[in-house]
Design a binder for this molecule. Structure first.
Ligand SMILES: [Zn+2]
Length: 290
């Protein structure tokens, strides 16, 4: 009888820690939360994930300020992607990758594009809390989720958002539906991974062929951001090739700051040349002098 009670007890514990997960395929390298972290969860009045790493919980600006990576210590730079206490990893959408992270024509692509049909369900990759759920000119309907380890994942161009800011989500939850909103040509999911504001190549942690994690551990070092110099070179090359070009025709999703970045100039210069304000609304087809 005692043995039966023990088995029942263990089963109950296992079930209760995982019952919120949409999918419980946990292949885990165990790590445990220490007491301080436990205290953070229960003691803070407004708890937000990774509050020791971020200076705040910004629910307005899609991108958080980029942290100085040199100031981070080694223990912060190596962390688990999920623990035995949570729902593991679920692939956001099982589609074909149509565009990788890296330089793309005239601008750097800070995410991975996955092909889908408008209305397809988009899953959140890890447990976390919704920091952003709104419409943006470039990202379209976009959701940003912050995770306990400090990573943030972005889901853009959605046709529908199913979540609200501050909502707790679990890996595999359908947070929205795929679409073609914002600066997008054809329905797809633009998926980004960022750490303290810095984009990370999602393939560092996810195999898009196998639709699972490469490893449970992520180690961030300066090589993780080697692409930055590549991005700067791409911007410089674009600027050089745009020198002969005198105007930019406004397309869907364009913003003044985005156009400035693209041509290696500043919003201030563009405002002056075009007699407009930084806050002016751009019209489709409008010619912006460069
Ligand atoms: Zn994209």
């Amino acid at each position: 009888m005692k043995r039966f009670i023990l088995i029942f007890f263990l089963f109950t514990i296992h079930f209760s820690t995982n019952f919120l997960c949409a999918q419980t395929t946990i292949d885990t390298i165990p790590f445990t939360m220490d007491e301080d972290e436990m205290m953070d969860h229960t003691d803070s009045v407004i708890f937000f994930p990774a509050n020791g790493l971020y200076s705040g919980w910004d629910t307005t600006n899609i991108h958080t300020a980029k942290a100085d990576m040199k100031s981070l210590n080694d223990s912060v730079r190596e962390f688990a992607l999920y623990s035995e206490h949570n729902c593991g990893y679920v692939h956001p959408f099982s589609g074909r990758v149509t565009s990788k992270f890296g330089p793309r024509k005239k601008r750097y692509h800070y995410g991975v594009d996955i092909d889908l049909e408008t209305g397809d369900s988009v899953n959140v990759a890890f447990d976390g809390k919704i920091r952003i759920a709104k419409k943006s000119k470039s990202y379209g309907n976009v959701i940003v989720v912050r995770h306990d380890n400090g990573l943030e994942t972005y889901y853009a161009h959605l046709s529908k958002i199913n979540v609200v800011v501050g909502q707790e989500v679990f890996a595999g939850d359908v947070i929205g539906l795929g679409g073609n909103t914002g600066r997008s040509r054809g329905s797809h999911l633009h998926f980004e991974v960022r750490y303290l504001g810095h984009p990370i190549n999602p393939t560092e942690i996810i195999s898009f062929d196998d639709k699972k994690l490469v490893s449970n551990m992520l180690c961030i070092d300066m090589a993780t951001f080697d692409y930055v110099s590549e991005a700067k070179k791409a911007a410089a090359k674009n600027y050089a090739s745009s020198k002969g070009k005198k105007v930019h025709t406004v397309k869907k999703g364009d913003t003044l700051s985005g156009i400035a970045r693209r041509y290696g100039t500043t919003t201030k210069v563009l405002c002056k040349k075009n007699g407009i304000k930084a806050t002016s609304t751009l019209r489709l087809g409008q010619k912006i002098k460069l």
